[in-house]
Design a protein around this ligand. Structure first.
Ligand code: NAD
Length: 479
């Protein structure tokens, strides 16, 4: 399977190497080096920001319908090349090929939806109070050149949310994909190039994340920052953006609770929970983590969940039928080990998994931990991997307050057959997205975002698009 040559893309040109050297990109399924990533230096970053600035006016001035035509020509290419892009994605990220193909086609859907919505951005007329004023219009304008930083867990989807929103709104972009998974984003950028995006509207840089983000945030040409990643880095970039009064959208971590009520069949909930939990080896910010199950359903849930987790086919994402691939890096395997050891030391039971898989690459078993102390790390820090924590509850109030006890609030889930309880939980669970009786809260048409430390603003959906615009009031009086 071939892996593409890694390059930067600045002002309409692919760049093979820089004076700063290169860093290796590794296949997480076997630890083999796939390629080398050029490191952008000061010169490349300035050129990218200059190109984004220069191209911005022309792109913003195009009618949304014209932008739609170019953008949807790019998504048609993404769909036509979905299998090839997905192979690249699986090589560098590890997820099963079928998941990667779905990610690429869903990414095209996300971009299409945003381009479509941009044709009918909500513009509001406000009746004037002064007699000589003819109209007051609250309109939307593109915010300006965007710096976008994306992580490694969804190498197609996360760049697509940012590229899709920014380009549809009329913004130019400098994007930095994760160093671990750059080639998928490069392939998507190539689709835009082949579809005729003007030079400078998309620029792609890679290298040292802290250097790139601090340089671009401080660059006067960049108007907006969009980041997806950890709470720690999100706070850091937020501070830098605030210093320059730049717009900032951040999709940060979560620690999603799941409440399974006494009136919902435990085994049925477990059948839905296994694929939701172990998709992408649990490296999903909306991944269900803390399962709180009513005592009457606990055994049924636990037995089915453990059976499902233990029967997942583990292997390289390229192998037929594999359902569970590697983690992105060795550091993540060590992190999982540390979560498990800490929980066990605090008295938890490791019911299933809990160990590195004995094969090359960065595999960690699907893991189920029961009754971990509330003081243990796994109850407080996002594991961002294949670990599920199971607890019993008797009183629903108790479960809700446990669900809401952390400073993050991205996704929360609840299972009940009672309309009253569903209504109550959808009100009481503090999260940006609440799934009742299913886990499918992330769709191209719906806003994705959290409350509290889970981030600022949204991506996808109409609200995601609006994040790439500024409001402008235009008030016209008689001449
Ligand atoms: P990390 O914080 O080191 O890196 C996460 C991503 O942020 C990487 O893609 C990295 O390139 C980028 N990044 C790091 N420092 C940056 C900087 N100064 N400027 C710009 N980008 C920067 O964490 P990790 O070890 O790769 O992943 C572990 C944690 O990251 C997880 O616990 C999880 O909370 C979080 N994470 C969240 C998401 C998400 O979708 N919200 C995705 C990936 C990782």
């Amino acid at each position: 399977m071939s892996y593409p040559k890694l390059r930067l893309f600045i002002d309409g040109q692919w760049i093979d190497q820089t004076d700063e050297g290169a860093i290796p990109v590794v296949n997480p399924a076997d630890g083999e080096v796939l390629g080398h990533l050029p490191i952008a230096g000061k010169r490349e970053l300035e050129r990218a920001a200059d190109a984004a600035k220069r191209s911005f006016r022309g792109w913003a001035a195009l009618p949304a319908l014209e932008r739609f035509r170019i953008i949807t020509a790019a998504t048609a290419l993404m769909r036509a090349q979905a299998k090839t892009i997905a192979q690249t994605l699986t090589l560098e990220q590890g997820k099963p090929l079928a998941e990667a193909v779905r990610e690429v086609t869903l990414s095209a859907d996300i971009i299409d939806f945003l381009a479509e919505e941009a044709k009918r951005l909500p513009i509001r007329g406000v009746p004037p109070r002064l007699p000589n004023v003819l109209s007051q219009t609250v309109t939307r304008v593109p915010v300006g050149p965007v710096a976008a930083f994306t992580p490694w867990n969804f190498p197609a989807n996360l760049p697509s949310r940012k590229l899709g929103g920014a380009l549809a709104a009329g913004c130019s972009v400098v994007i930095k994909p994760a160093e671990e998974t750059p080639a998928t984003c490069m392939a998507i950028v190539q689709c835009f190039v082949d579809a005729g995006i003007p030079d400078g509207v998309i620029n792609l840089v890679t290298g040292d994340p802290a250097f790139i983000s601090s340089s671009l945030i401080a660059n006067p040409h960049i108007a907006k920052i969009s980041f997806t990643g950890s709470v720690r880095v999100g706070k850091l970039l937020g501070e830098q953006a605030a210093r320059h009064v730049k717009r900032y959208t951040a999709e940060l971590g979560g620690h999603a609770p799941v409440i399974i009520c006494k009136d919902y069949d435990g085994a049925k909930a477990a059948k839905l929970a296994v694929p939701a939990k172990f998709r992408n080896a649990g490296q999903v910010c909306a991944s269900p983590i803390r399962f709180m199950v009513h005592r009457s359903q606990y055994d049924a849930f636990r037995n089915e969940f453990v059976r499902g987790a233990a029967s997942l086919k583990i292997g390289s994402g390229m192998e037929e039928g594999v359902q569970f691939g590697p983690l992105i890096e060795n550091r993540r395997v060590l992190e999982m080990q540390s979560f498990v050891e800490d929980a066990a030391a605090g008295g938890a039971t490791i019911t299933c998994g809990g160990k590195r898989v004995n094969r090359p690459g960065y595999f960690f078993e699907p893991t189920v931990i029961e009754h971990a102390s509330l003081a243990s790390r796994v109850q407080n820090e996002e594991p961002f991997g294949p670990i599920a924590v199971l607890d019993v509850f008797d009183d629903l109030d108790d479960a809700v307050s446990r669900a809401n006890r952390l400073s993050v609030g991205l996704a929360a889930y609840a299972f009940t057959s009672s309309l009253d309880v569903a209504h109550r939980l959808s009100t009481d669970l503090q999260a940006g997205m609440v799934g009742i009786n299913h886990f499918g809260v992330s769709q191209p048409e719906t806003p994705f975002g959290g409350v509290n430390e889970s981030g600022l603003g949204h991506e996808s959906g109409l609200e995601g698009l609006l994040g790439y615009t500024d409001l402008k009031l235009i008030s016209v009086a008689q001449s």
